[in-house]
Design a binder for this molecule. Structure first.
Ligand code: PDD
Length: 280
């Protein structure tokens, strides 16, 4: 793989970052994941808008503009002949050559990294069969609206899900679902209403979520942006998640209980189709 590191396109084995990089020592870094289909970037402006916001929220000033970030994305796609998969971008606060909790007072060059990952996004067997999820307490920090690389708890929760034979964990706070480990969570109620948590500091504002809600409007599906409980999932007709890496993924089982008839539901299926059709 050819990766991007601070101005250079280099072989991944050549890409080296200081052990004092604040991303490494403090998770002092922001990331984005953008999908690529047919060599084309999906929802790119949305991802860059959120990147800018996340960087602003942690006071990380960045000397890159949108146009150069777009060019770097295009270059890593081209140089790796990526047809379908993901682009990972990370910006960390760089290194002062020491470990210090304080943000540096003098400007330090941030570390910008991009790499590609091939992934079958359109023909995805997981989307065909539907996912099993477990519910876990949401023990993350309270600024989940910022896309930081501080992902230890989601990694633990997802691995716990795997150990239990499930695909993902949905997180629960005060009895209400917040989101999945790396996706936003939805149900379709018995009367056909699409419910997903409203945006706040409790969840990440998914870019796929934004587009999928537009698709729902197109399909004239009624949408309520509000929290929902585990009990409501049990009463629901359907459940699904959205993310750049999964698009729309039906959820067919939650904590061992079948959701609806236990098969991917029609609303999830149609939203997935229209999302993909609109993005190409
Ligand atoms: N995760 N919620 C969380 C906690 C996430 O990490 C993500 C994305 C989402 C969905 O956001 P979007 O639709 O913009 O991808 C929601 C990425 C894909 C990841 O960590 O790999």
């Amino acid at each position: 793989r050819t990766v991007y590191l601070n101005g250079d396109y280099i072989e991944e084995s050549e890409a080296k970052v200081s052990i004092f990089d604040r991303g490494f020592l403090f998770a002092d870094a922001i990331y984005e994941v953008t999908a690529v289909v047919d060599g084309k970037l999906i929802d790119f402006p949305g991802h860059m808008e959120r990147l800018t916001r996340s960087l602003g929220e942690i006071n990380l000033e960045v000397p890159f503009d949108q146009a150069s970030l777009l060019e770097i994305h295009r270059q890593v796609v081209a140089r790796n002949n990526l047809r379908e998969g993901l682009i990972y971008l990370q910006i960390s606060r760089g290194s002062t050559g020491d470990r210090d909790f304080n943000f540096p007072l003098e400007p330090v060059a941030p570390t910008l990294v991009l790499f590609t990952q091939e992934k079958a996004l359109i023909e995805n067997p997981v989307a065909e069969r539907g996912q099993k999820v477990i519910l876990v307490e949401d023990w993350r920090w309270l600024r989940r609206d910022i896309k930081t690389v501080q992902l230890l708890y989601p990694a633990m929760a997802k691995s716990l899900a795997r150990d239990k034979g499930a695909d993902d964990a949905w997180m629960v706070e005060n009895g209400q679902i917040t989101e999945g480990c790396s996706n936003n969570a939805y149900i379709v109620t018995a009367d056909g209403t699409l419910v997903t948590r409203a945006l706040s500091n409790s969840i990440l504002a998914g870019i796929t979520r934004q587009t999928v809600l537009q698709c729902a409007a197109e399909l004239q599906v009624k949408v309520e942006e509000r929290a929902f409980s585990a009990e409501e999932i049990r009463q629901a007709r359907e459940a699904f998640s959205t993310s750049a890496s999964g698009f729309v993924n039906p959820v067919v089982q939650v904590d061992g209980f079948a959701v609806g008839d236990g098969k991917p539901g029609p609303v999830a299926r149609r939203l997935r189709e229209i999302y993909i059709k609109n993005s190409l």
